[in-house]
Design a protein around this ligand. Sequence first.
Ligand code: CTP
Ligand code: MG
Length: 343
Amino acid sequence: MAAKEDIRKLIERLIRIAEPESRLLAFGSTVNGLGLRYSDMDLCCLLDVKSSQMAPSALVQTLGELLKQETKFDVKLLPNARIPIIKLCLSPSASLPFGIACDIGFENRLALENTRLLLSYASIDPTRVRAIVLFLKFWSKCRNINSPYNGTLSSYGYSLLVLYFLIHVKNPPVLPNLQGMPPRQSSSLANTHINDHEAWFFDDIDCLRESWTSLNEQSIAELLIDLFRFYAREFPYADGVISIREGFLKKADNGWPSDSGTFSPRECNCFCIEDPFETTYNVARTVTREGLFLIRGEFMRASKMLSARSNSAPMVLSELCAPTTASSQSPALATLEPRTFDL
Ligand code: CTP
Ligand code: MG
């Protein structure tokens, strides 16, 4: 975390050469408490609207050139992407044994806010929420189904699957719905829109603790077994939408047609996860039909292995996370020792 923070400061100093009033903020797992040692660092550059003249695509070009000249990062520019970004990468070294990958975006204020929402959920029940999200991230990376670029799901998507399960599927719930709770004062609902999206949620977790406790006493292991069974066999992928804001929704009600085969293979709407604030945005839009087949197959494999319990728990968990094939492993995962688990 300290090495990541040093890198953030260095990049911020460089960006300020071109945009003196800008700020560079970390979001995603670097700040929401749901990071692994080899997690990337997601960065968001906030510009001063009064002084900044450049469009994001021009900024990506200018700042990208600066970073190429002044740092040892491997720099890739995506100025024409839906959200223009700069991708930076450093190879592993003694101070950064897993290397580091950073994505720098611009003005992505909703991402800062959804990071705060995930952080709030993680701090309600850190033991269970963190363990389950981190396990899903680790397992999905090992099983090669955590790659939006290759037709599967981002870590953010897996985090939302876990929250949906803990808020809306478990009865009694493990977590309350922070977006469905009444505000303490009506005034706290004012100015809660970001880019025309309602972004309010109950974020006073100390106050929440005084009035809300989960009646669900299941262990991490019991919850994981139920979660794998739910996504293997119970969730209706064909017409259901996962919404942590509302609970179960139908694709048709959300304006997302069921997977009818008429969409391009890259955006088939076969798996729908509603973003908590940008409700017309499908977080799983990168999942192809083949990707969903792989993901469901992995949930089924996991559910079967966990219910059989023929071996000791650490053995089963280690087998569950066995890398799919050496060639498809990410470089970071390839450096990890085979593990046993101690739940
Ligand atoms: N994000 C988003 N929409 C997506 C994917 C990501 O808004 N489809 C934003 C979210 O704010 C999320 C952040 O980008 O918190 C980082 O996404 P990702 O790297 O997938 O999640 P992390 O929790 O950072 O996972 P990892 O530790 O694997 O990096
Ligand atoms: Mg990340």
